[in-house]
Write a protein that binds this ligand. Sequence first.
Ligand code: HAM
Length: 416
Amino acid sequence: MSTFQAPKGTYDLIPPRSATFLAVRDAISTPLRNSGYGYIETPGFENVELFSRGVGESTDIVTKEMYTLTTKGNDHLALRPEGTASVLRAALQANLHKQGNLPVKLWYSGSYYRYERAQAGRYRHFSQVGAEAIGAEDPALDAELIILADQAYRSLGLRNFRILLNSLGDKECRPVYREALQGFLRGLDLDEETLRRAEINPLRVLDDKRESVQKQLVGAPLLGDYLCDACKAYHEEVRALVTAAGVEFEDDGKLVRGLDYYTRTTFEFVHGGLGSQSAVGGGGRYDGLSEMIGGPALPSVGWALGVDRTVLALEAEGIELDLPAVTSVFAVAIGEEARRILFGKVTELRREGVSADFSFGGKGLKGAMKDANRSGARYRRWYWLGLNAGTLFGVGFCTWLMYQSLYEINSLCLWC
Ligand code: HAM
């Protein structure tokens, strides 16, 4: 029987690459933790309706990409395709918005599932780190999030990325634009499904990736020309604050994003080295989502950065993170008595907070040295205590500092 493979569109994270994923999650969450965002974790699945109402009935995510299931108890659930609706649901359920300290600022990290056409950079199981600031309408909050994402990417050494920024208007001006766009779309040569989509949510059509559609969209009315005064002023303030922070961005009047809950600010981080799946992260304001899922009016803003694509972006830029060695000390014992003693020493070191590993599996010196080298430990400690013709002799407790190659010994310390 052949061995099982990871399901299509998924992959396993294994060392040493997995260490980069941890470091990326850490780099993205550090600026959030330093800015008043508290950690939240929600279940991997939710009621289907949370996403169909929240993310939007006409989105690809809801119509084509959700993994749904019906339980034996007849609950209709979906593996979470994104985090925002779940985080808002959890905040509402815990009444976080009633505790008098709005905005509630939360960050999260986890796995998400979308039944997408699998390709490089697009997976059916992927990982995001996200942030949501719930319950305040303040351009400084939108700016804060954009600046923190920029900071996270820069702390990783990424440079080849751009920030695209747009405003999608609000419930005052969007309907006027919607009607103008619908009028324009009705005059185009579009297939039936796209025309249907244009009637349900014409903005979705702007996001259609097909060249035949994009060609016809040249000359489509732009939302920027329809923004009401309040939305214009809000957007200008976000732009001014981000600019004042020295973060460069590009205005992109066609940026609509793939989820329906956005209002006003939307943004996307795109990387130049990733081909067609260039969005490494994205987000925006979602002032109406709380009401859409049964809560009170809670204007909010957030983003999610894709960890998988961020790692691909690092690889595309040839960036190797300065990852600390997993273990500081690697211990090798030659001989049974030595094993016992050295295992005790390793345990002691670990209890003292020194990261230490041990050569398991009763290997000979050569195999053990290979283990030591692979461990990446800076200090490889060797304890030789062997039995020779029934006589116990201690060769010593050795510390070999090996920097460049396996056999280059910089210092040796013996202890008997
Ligand atoms: P999103 O743009 O759908 O937004 O996803 C955010 C990021 O997750 C993308 O930019 C991408 O890096 C990554 N991503 C999405 N789908 C995949 C996939 N199939 N394979 C690999 N990576 C993927 C959201 O999810 C919103 N919840 C963001 C948000 C938070 N808006 C407001 N708050």
